[in-house]
Design a binder for this molecule. Structure first.
Ligand code: ADP
Length: 243
């Protein structure tokens, strides 16, 4: 359903992605693991053109964008198929929780306010925030703010949700509530790609693990194969740090 073919990306002379090929099936939960600076976030951002790859092709569903000659319309179409959950939540501070979730539905998807509200309330209830509709982000904990971010992504009904280190800005005691929500929606069959350092979570929730280092995919496979006995020495060394 999702295909990245020969994706390269450089920042100046620094080649951060060195020809990445990645296929994701519909309904898969993919965790991308790897050391800091290995290119995980950049790869995620290339998928919806928050970063523009230098070369390669991105396909979501039946829609392919060639990175050499992308039109604005093609980028817009690709973005509409994805939703991103950011490390630092990226909520509008002057809008309520409900307004934050409704925003994309009304402004980008041109839905009526009534319909947008109905969907948004449903999604906020799903992440356990049905009682916080009128609160402002500053009145919420980091974990609650990130759950708003997840409700906002869900409401868009995208073909894939991209999570960029969704718990790494949180105090340790708030990580669990966010991982629980992600695990709950993973069970609903939504395609998800998650950059994370939470190894226990990756092992439990994903059905496809990708290990990256220095701009390449070193190894990928089922979680039980990667965590149970990775083939590559680099993967084993990395995972050893977490056991
Ligand atoms: P990871 O998510 O694995 O930690 P990133 O994709 O964030 O890695 O970054 C990979 C490399 O690209 C790092 O060396 C980082 O400094 C560099 N990088 C990322 N974004 C930019 C940018 N906008 N400009 C310059 N360098 C960047």
């Amino acid at each position: 359903m999702i295909q990245m073919a020969n994706i390269t990306k450089s920042f100046g002379k620094h080649e951060v992605l060195k020809g990445i090929d990645l296929s994701v099936q519909k309904g898969e939960v993919v965790c991308i693991l790897g050391p800091s600076g290995s290119g995980k976030t950049t790869l995620l951002r290339c998928l919806n053109y928050l970063e523009r790859p230098n070369d390669g092709e991105v396909t979501i569903g039946d829609f392919t964008v060639n990175c050499k000659r992308p039109s604005k319309k093609a980028i817009h179409t690709l973005r509409q198929k994805t939703a991103m959950v950011f490390q630092h939540y990226n909520l509008f501070k002057h809008k309520t929780v409900l307004e934050n979730v409704m925003e994309g539905l009304v402004i980008v998807q041109k839905q009526s306010k009534e319909k947008a509200k109905e969907t948004s309330v449903k999604m906020l209830e799903k992440v356990g925030l049905g009682s916080k509709l009128d609160a402002y982000p500053s009145q919420l904990s980091g974990g609650q703010q990130q759950r708003v971010g997840i409700a906002r992504a869900l409401a868009l009904n995208p073909e894939v949700i991209l999570f960029d280190e969704p718990t790494s800005a949180l105090d340790p005691e708030l990580v669990g509530e966010v991982l629980d929500v992600i695990q709950k929606i993973a069970k609903e069959g939504i395609t998800m790609i998650i950059v994370t350092h939470e190894m226990g979570f990756a092992r439990e929730v994903s059905n496809h693990v990708v290990f990256m280092d220095e701009g390449v995919i070193v190894e990928e496979g089922k979680p039980q194969d990667i965590f149970g006995g990775a083939k590559e020495e680099r993967t084993r060394q990395f995972l050893k740090r977490f056991t």
